[in-house]
Design a protein around this ligand. Sequence first.
Ligand SMILES: [Zn+2]
Length: 72
Amino acid sequence: MPLDGMFGGDEPRGPWCASCKAPITPGQRRVRVQFDSDPHGFRGLTGVYHEACSKPFASLAHVINLTKFSKF
Ligand SMILES: [Zn+2]
């Protein structure tokens, strides 16, 4: 559960990659991916990713975010 880390006793340092669940250190490039289907990140999709980890999710988000314009 991602929420466990958010409300745990020890404050995790920095953002955590939503893909590999590892902390993103200040020296690593990070990318925020926004999913319209998960605007608040409750489903663990919208969030900050390592640049490398974000690529498949950014592509997925692009497709998902486009589908709202084509509801047939
Ligand atoms: Zn990652």
